[in-house]
Every structure is written in C-alpha cells, then in structure tokens.
Write a protein that binds this ligand. Sequence first.
Ligand SMILES: [Zn+2]
Ligand SMILES: [Zn+2]
Ligand SMILES: [Zn+2]
Ligand SMILES: [Zn+2]
Ligand SMILES: [Zn+2]
Length: 358
Amino acid sequence: MAADDPSDDEVRAALDAFLARGGNRRPGPSPTDFILTRLHLLEGSVTRRVEHRTEEIRHRPGTVALSERPVYDVLGDYKLSPHETPLAQPLDLVRRGSVHLRSCDCGNGRRRCADCNGMKYRPCEPAHVCAVCQGITACTHYLNHGGLPGTPPRPPRPGRADRPGERVTCEACHTPDSACPGCRGWGKVRCPDCEASGRIPCTPCGRTGTVECATCEGHGNLTSWTAGRIAWTSQTKAVPSPVPRPRRVASELGSGGWHEDRLGDDPLPDDLSPTHRAALEPHLRRWKGEKERRLAIQRLTVVKATPPGSGNLEFYVFRGTDGRLSVVRRLSEEGRWKASLAVAAAVALVVLVLVLIL
Ligand SMILES: [Zn+2]
Ligand SMILES: [Zn+2]
Ligand SMILES: [Zn+2]
Ligand SMILES: [Zn+2]
Ligand SMILES: [Zn+2]
C-alpha cells in the first residue's frame, strides 16, 4: 500500500477527536472497539495520441504551390521530425514526382453559357394579349378590320385601364369611340420585359455567351498530385475503478488527499498493490498507431469504521489534501431502516388517532 495510508491507531485517534467534538451525547461504544474496513480506491485514465496516415489523389484549379510541403516516397516510411507533431493540425505531404499541371478541357477557363446556349440573349414574346379586353373586345367595329393588318409594326404600349368601358378611337379602323383603351383596338400590347424586341439580355453570362468554367475556376488548367496526410488524435479513456467510491461519501472524497501519479511510457509505480496492478494492466495495451500516452492514476484509502454490534451510524475516515485525517459520519443501512420504520410507526399512530377521534 501507499506510504500515506493511515494506521489503525491514527484512525482511532481521529475518531476519538471527532466524537469528543460532538459534545456530551449519550455514551456510545469507544472507537477502540470499532470495526475498521479499508477500501483502497483507484481511479485513472489513459490519454493516447494515435496516428493515422492517409493518401489520396487531389485535383485543384490552377497552379497550386506545393513546394513548401514535405516530400515522401512511401508514406508509411516517412519519419516525423521533432517539430512535426500533427496534433492540432494534420501534416500534409506530397509524394515525390506526383505533381502534374494539365490543361482543362474547357481550353481557356470559360464554357458556353447554359442559360442562353451562347446566344447572349434569351428569346421573349414581343407582345402580350391586352389585359383590359383579353383581346376579345378590342374594337366594337371589328368587322371594319377585314383586310386591315392585324398588328401594327411595333405593338402599342399598354394604355389606360382604369375605365375599361370608356372607348377610344380605334388605331386599326379609325372608328371613333370604338376601341378598348388598353390596346386601342389592336388586342395586343407591347411586352414590358423586352420592349417588343423579342429578346432579353442573358444575366448569368452578362451578355457574353460564356461563363467561368467550374472545373478549373477560370484558370484553364488544373494541378493534380498524390497527397499524403499524417494526423494525430488525442483519445482519453477512463479506467474502470476496481473498488468504486462509497456512495454515501462519493462527493466528499473529491476533496480527499489523493495520491497522484502521472506517467508516460514508464513502468507502473513500485508501491502499486497487485490488485490495482491487475485492474490497470488490461487497459494499458498498446493501440494500433499509438505514438504517445499519458497515464494518470490516483489512489486514496478510505477506512470505514462501524461500531460493534448493531449501530445506527458509520464513519468514513480518509486523508485530506493537508495530510490530516477527515471523519465523515453517516447513517448506516440499519440506521436508515430504523428511521423509516419510526416514520411509518408515527404515520400509523396519527392515522389511528384520527380514526378514533372522528
Ligand atoms: Zn448566357
Ligand atoms: Zn377598329
Ligand atoms: Zn384591349
Ligand atoms: Zn418580351
Ligand atoms: Zn476549365
């Protein structure tokens, strides 16, 4: 056991002092007769740095500056130098002779615009049906339109539409007060989108008919290379405790004077008990790709003191961070049972009294 384990005499002295501080309660059994049970607690965690090496072929637009990156022939054989610890950020490498610059099949970094098919404009209807008369009641003297041209050379702009019943002079047959005010007798009006030109400038290509090539991002060429990557990840695993903290004092033990060991690849401490050693060893196996490890173990001995015979109380004694022994008093399992019985009896008595009174 660790050297700072309290002796029986120390424990009994601490219990004595604790009970004396409690004042002149009714006399109980003396700590000399208490039964002492030692719980050797062990808690620990292993943090491993595990390495992963991956390789893939990459393509990037344009010329990529790769000369700064470390070069390798076989990724698995690459030796990391002391300043290359790829923990926060992976280390990117280039396989020797794998860098190639090739031209993109677009030729010059641009491709034909898919929206206008390279025409720079999109087609549009020059005229729309008049919204006022729907093209049906354009002129009340429609018969006069026989032999006249159906549409003017350029469709008219839409006219007033607030008073559709008010007829105007027809522009086709020239009959006064006969035509729809919206289209002035034509039944159609000029398209506001293309102003009757029949085409709209293409926006995605900015009226050039071509757009930037997405593959080479306009560079006209691509760099491809075999990229190696070395990355380390940090993984922490807790070691399951062979003896768990006693539940009643689990949080109080947080401020205990735990004996701590922080180890790298070193052998386990000499003063580790065979039980603790056996509990740790299965969790210390080397992982695939493991490069570094840190083992943190902490130990604390808790002495459980129980008064002889039947008692309602139990005591936990353990060392604090200042090296002195702390004593924590708790109701024992038996004490809890008796307390709950007493509560049940009191409830039964109240019920009985109520029944008798009412
Ligand atoms: Zn276009
Ligand atoms: Zn008319
Ligand atoms: Zn009209
Ligand atoms: Zn149009
Ligand atoms: Zn391209």
